[in-house]
Design a protein around this ligand. Structure first.
Ligand SMILES: *Cc1c(COP(=O)(O)O)cnc(C)c1O
Length: 411
């Protein structure tokens, strides 16, 4: 495989030219499949490489001086396998410039924040943020002299009052991890723009299909591709998609940190992506049905699903999102940790484990109190987070019905 054909300028007759005119499903099928990367094969093949060979010293020197985006240079800069996935993710975000891949969702969050922040800067972080994001802020970022102020995820435009002379960036995650507060992203972006601040969004729950973050004005949108993009619980992967004009600093930080994703993992990411719209639709519908059923149960105090009125920020969800995905929590009406464990331990169709977004259902005991600093988590009882997979809805509901009976008996 030579690299000559890859040196062609521009995007060629690729699908990205037609992006605005195509429907979402068509884009998902076609995105990233440039003929010079696939050679006529349907799925972009796995191009493995460290060394790339050049024809001459002059050729080698010329390569070192030019932009390596979408050009073979050295293995760490990727091959068509990684470019194809990155390109496909960009194509799903109207208004985006380009996407950088990372070896996990947490690496993507770190990569974006390190690209944006410098010593002396202040970061605003929602109190409902994913716990490893909080750890990064309190650990490495603090050590680099970057301070973090936590804010109420429901703050909306009032975030203006928190902005000081050192504030550089506002991070958002909507809905929030574990407790699903939906943030008013357009309001926060409006305030950030007025103050010249950079905005970042962890959009893992919604994906660009349910919330096109770049089109809504976010500067950097982050996905733990480990979840819905991969979709099969077998690969760790992350991405950051940058708005127009924002990619260069992201790329420079990633290059300097030596970030790299294996072509095999990128290939599995591309493979998962092709069915993501279908999985999201099915899992979203089943999750809503299970959530609505749970809401009718006396053992359940509240269901924290953005599409239901019990969920903080529900009105914002109804205004901004194209639908819900497959992850939500519910609060038990009283009961102990042991009663919650009795509910979860006996489930037949829900695995017990971290992560989500795969094709199989999961149940997880979660304790939000431990992960707060400026807001208080108050609830009627213990909390369970459910990831709804592709099983039959009736089987999942019957399983939870038996679980709630165990909870009653133990409570
Ligand atoms: C899982 C998750 C991440 C991190 O992704 P990894 O690939 O597990 O590192 C980031 N944000 C959210 C909201 C997540 O649920």
């Amino acid at each position: 495989m030579g690299c000559r054909s890859l040196d062609a300028e521009g995007d060629g007759p690729g699908v990205s030219d037609e992006r605005p005119r195509l429907g979402e499903r068509t884009r998902i099928v076609q995105a990233g499949r440039r003929s010079e990367w696939t050679g006529g094969i349907v799925n972009p093949p796995v191009w493995r490489a460290s060394t790339i060979l050049y024809d001459s010293v002059a050729d080698l020197r010329a390569a070192a001086g030019r932009d390596t985006h979408h050009r073979l240079f050295y293995g760490r800069r990727g091959t068509p396998t990684q470019w194809s996935l990155a390109d496909a993710l960009t194509a799903l975000e109207p208004g985006a410039e380009a996407t950088m891949l990372y070896p996990s969702g947490v690496a993507a969050i770190a990569g974006a924040l390190l690209a944006v922040l410098s010593p002396g800067d202040e970061l605003l972080l929602p109190d409902s943020a994913y716990d490893p994001t909080r750890s990064l802020a309190g650990g490495l970022l603090a050590r680099m002299g970057i301070t973090t102020r936590f804010y109420d995820p429901l703050i909306g435009a009032d975030i203006a009052a928190m902005i000081g002379p050192a504030t550089r960036a506002i991070f958002m995650e909507s809905p929030g991890s574990l407790t699903f507060e939906v943030q008013d992203v357009p309001a926060i972006v409006g305030v950030a723009n007025a103050h010249g601040l950079v905005t970042l969004l962890d959009n893992t729950w919604a994906t660009p299909l349910l919330f096109p973050a770049i089109a809504r004005g976010v500067d950097y949108t982050i996905l733990a591709c480990t979840k819905y993009v991969v979709g099969h619980s077998d690969v760790m992967l992350g991405s950051v998609t940058a708005a127009e004009g924002r990619y260069a600093s992201l790329r420079d930080a990633a290059y300097q940190l030596g970030q790299y994703v294996s072509p095999d993992d990128a290939w599995l990411g591309s493979r998962g992506l092709r069915t993501m719209a279908l999985r999201l639709k099915e899992q979203g519908a089943a999750a809503l049905a299970v959530a609505q059923w749970l809401r009718t149960r006396p053992e359940v105090a509240r269901v924290l699903h953005p599409a239901l009125p019990d969920c903080p920020g529900h009105e914002v969800f109804a205004r901004d999102f194209a639908g819900g995905s497959g992850l939500f929590s519910f609060v038990l009406a009283g009961g102990t940790d042991a009663a919650r464990a009795a509910l979860i331990d006996g489930l037949q169709h829900f695995g017990i484990g971290y992560s989500w977004g795969g094709y199989e259902s999961l149940a997880l005991p979660v304790d939000p109190t431990r992960h707060r600093s400026v807001t208080r988590w108050e609830a009627e009882g213990p909390v369970v987070r459910l990831q709804i997979g592709l099983e039959d809805e009736a089987d999942l509901i019957a399983d939870l019905d038996a679980g709630l009976a165990r909870f009653r008996a133990a409570a």
